[in-house]
Design a protein around this ligand. Structure first.
Ligand SMILES: Nc1ncnc2c1ncn2[C@@H]1O[C@H](COP(=O)(O)OP(=O)(O)O)[C@@H](O)[C@H]1O
Ligand SMILES: CC(C)(COP(=O)(O)O)[C@@H](O)C(=O)NCCC(=O)O
Length: 678
């Protein structure tokens, strides 16, 4: 933290009001605070020029909104980032000494079906006072300067486009458009929204621009959808460890991407419609194809044919479907025989929905389950096949699939993978992205000029799952669970609901019969995890200071998890250990907080939250990405922190320290008495 200590300082917390008064009452003083950018200038009345030298850094007029404004773009400056205070501390504060902007970004991708929102927040649980205290002070060229401390999180949320109002309410409730998360304590009277500009992509950025202005008073800065998709995909593939995975015959395997060997690849975004983009580098791409048979087709046609009320209901129906009742198979045409000469087994689908004609049945004679499955397979297979043909056109071996049609759904991914594998004869590979639907929104988010996010390395982003993640029906949007008490009551409420907590996920592998023939997908429970909780993405914590051990031979490929829980025996073993140890840990955590009634209540809530995570991961070990023992232990710590247990072992440490201190004098005397022997 060079240059951060030992200088006279200007305490923003203490001096803020004083400075403000100076501005209002004594403009001669030339102290100008750019509230939005939190830069203190012209201190000590020494310099009145405007050239960004000496004591004057920036003469932007005071403004009360920290969102992106024309001419004053916020930036996340990660240079010289360091841990504040004791680096031994768990979850230490990150200082961004060169960061002078107060950041509160959010960006939107407003698509034909869904709105995707990505927003940045500072670390929770810091009180306003804490934040004021935690400023970094520096003297440079004789001027004193204070910086706010950043370190924060990226959150991912989605809404149906038809329910745009929910999205607007969410933005309002979190005051994202006022930059409240980060700047309300500086700008409590923030009112000037006139120039506030937010980044958005997707067709809705055009279609709903007026509505945003009307409802939130913000203008939309429109970013190109393809640019954003590519920027989002490149960022994820480079910065997130184990973002991509393959999914074949029910088996999910995470892929570690070599940054030096990422390009070229084919990006297929399966949203309402489908775009296929050949990506050659950062900002270097070409949209080479597309198809209008995409996610919107499945949901739209499926709704008409089955009368389903939601996308999830339709997907859930497919779990119980049997497409052989409606699809015409090769065997139906060839009297039960394979057509082996051209490589088709009897169970290969010769014609999707073909039997709907030959059987001369009416719509009501078909089971909605079978219709849904047949439709899902038809569309997924078609997308896989067209994608491969485009990969072939350009000699691409890797195809990454994004977009919310995928929905982390095993059967959809297996079908796409099968099509790619089958038609390429194993030469091309289909891969999926955990943040599947958020590519565009992330790209828009990163288009705020130079956030510095693209410079982050794999190990500098840590993904964490909040306590609500394992719960079916747990709302991840809506009014935020602001305080601890709300969190605890929320836990208690869900415990009352009992069985709903661990609703099964549709991850059972579909049976395949080789050459293109799919049997009925077997499903463990028939319930699809609710859309709200099934995002399968956590909150990304930006920890820009994390550095890997410098002596590692290949830091980029370093895998800190030495115990891989994709091995089922390891998984069972560690789950048993952690579950059995839980009551003891709760006792210790409660004792560490004085054993009060409040601590007990928090302890119960922690135990419930962590048990729910364990249950969720037992059902689907890869639900939160690649799982190693270190992740599981970190998850447990995160749960403890969520219920404000900062160190469960505190009382033990205290006891041991006291005992050690009691014997220390004797020990020292004993040492003193000893003869020096060299
Ligand atoms: N809750 C949902 N409501 C509607 N569609 C959904 C939902 N979840 C997944 N989908 C699927 O995702 C598709 C939209 O994907 P997305 O990537 O968001 O595209 P778009 O940008 O066109 O909205 C829908 O057409 C549908 O197939
Ligand atoms: C027009 C779109 C880019 C809009 O994106 P979306 O909202 O579907 O994600 C997309 O629907 C698309 O690429 N449709 C396919 C059009 C075609 O190439 O035939």
């Amino acid at each position: 933290m060079a240059g951060l200590t030992g200088h006279p300082v200007l305490e923003i917390g203490d001096k803020f009001e004083e400075l403000q008064n100076n501005i209002i009452n004594n403009n001669k003083n030339k102290e100008v605070i750019d509230k939005a950018r939190l830069v203190v200038k012209g201190e000590e009345n020494s310099n009145n020029n405007n050239n960004n030298q000496g004591g004057e850094r920036d003469m932007a007029p005071p403004t009360s909104n920290s969102l992106h404004r024309s001419g004053s773009r916020p930036q996340l400056d990660l240079s010289k980032a360091a841990i504040q205070g004791n680096s031994e501390e768990r979850d230490p504060t990150i200082l961004l000494p060169n960061q002078s902007d107060d950041i509160s970004h959010f960006a939107l991708d407003i698509g034909g079906s869904l709105i995707k929102l990505v927003y940045f927040s500072r670390h929770e649980g810091q009180s306003i006072d804490d934040k004021r205290k935690k400023t970094v002070k520096e003297i440079s060229n004789g001027s004193r300067r204070s910086y706010p401390i950043l370190g924060g999180r990226l959150h991912f949320v989605k809404f149906e486009t038809s329910k745009l109002n929910e999205c607007l309410d969410f933005i309002s409730s979190k005051q994202l458009h006022n930059g409240r998360i980060d700047s309300h304590y500086w700008n409590s009277e923030a009112t000037n929204k006139e120039n506030a500009v937010i980044k958005a992509t997707g067709g809705g950025a055009y279609k709903f621009a007026d509505l945003f202005k009307e409802r939130l008073g913000v203008s939309i800065d429109k970013e190109d959808e393809m640019d954003c998709l590519v920027a989002g995909a490149n960022f994820l593939l480079k910065a997130i460890r184990h973002e991509a995975f393959t999914h074949m015959e029910g088996h999910k395997e995470f892929v570690q991407i070599d940054h030096n060997d990422l390009f070229p690849y084919l990006l297929v975004n399966v949203g309402s419609g489908v775009s296929m983009i050949k990506v050659d580098g950062d900002g270097k791409f070409q949209r080479v194809s597309g198809t209008n048979v995409g996610g919107g087709t499945y949901w739209g046609l499926g709704r008409l044919l089955t009368k389903c009320n939601s996308f999830d209901e339709l997907l859930e129906l497919s779990q119980r479907g049997d497409n052989r009742t409606i699809d015409m198979l090769v065997g139906d045409i060839y009297g039960g025989m394979d057509y082996s000469k051209i490589g088709l087994s009897a169970s290969t689908i010769a014609s999707s929905f073909g039997k709907a004609i030959s059987d001369k049945k009416e719509l009501e004679d078909h089971r909605p389950e079978d219709i849904s499955l047949s439709l899902l397979r038809m569309i997924s297979y078609n997308i896989g096949q067209i994608s491969y043909l485009n990969a072939l056109r350009f000699g691409l071996k890797r195809i990454f699939f994004g977009g919310f049609f995928i929905r982390g759904h095993a059967y959809t991914m297996d079908t796409i993978s099968f099509a790619v594998h089958f038609w390429s004869q194993g030469q091309a590979q289909a891969m999926f992205l955990r943040h599947e639907g958020f590519l565009g929104a992330l790209g828009a988010f990163m288009s705020y000029e130079k956030l510095g996010l693209d410079d982050l390395m794999v190990h500098q982003l840590v993904e964490r799952f909040p306590m609500g993640a394992p719960y079916t029906g747990g709302k991840i949007h809506g009014p935020p669970l602001g305080n601890l008490n709300e969190k605890i009551s929320w836990m208690e409420k869900f415990v009352l609901k009992g069985t709903e907590i661990t609703a099964p996920v549709p991850m059972a592998p579909p049976g395949t019969t080789g050459l293109g023939g799919f049997e009925v997908p077997s499903s463990k429970g028939g319930t699809l995890r609710s859309d709200a909780s099934a995002l399968n993405v956590g909150v990304l914590h930006l920890v820009p200071t994390l550095e890997v051990f410098p002596l590692l031979a290949n830091p980029k490929m370093y895998e800190p998890n030495t115990i891989d829980l994709s091995d089922h025996c390891e998984l069972e073993y560690w789950f048993t250990v952690l579950s059995e140890h839980l009551p003891d840990l709760v006792d210790k955590a409660v004792a560490s907080e004085g054993g009060t009634g409040d601590a007990k209540r928090r302890g119960d809530a922690f135990a419930r939250a962590f048990s729910a995570h364990l249950a969720r991961l037992m059902e689907e070990p890869a639900a939160y990405g690649k799982l190693g023992l270190a992740n599981l232990l970190e998850l447990r710590e995160e749960c403890l922190r969520e219920f404000q247990f900062l160190d469960a072992y505190r009382s033990i440490k205290q006891r041991e320290n006291e005992v050690s201190l009691a014997v220390l004098p004797d020990l020292l005397m004993e040492l003193d008495r000893m003869d020096e022997v060299w």
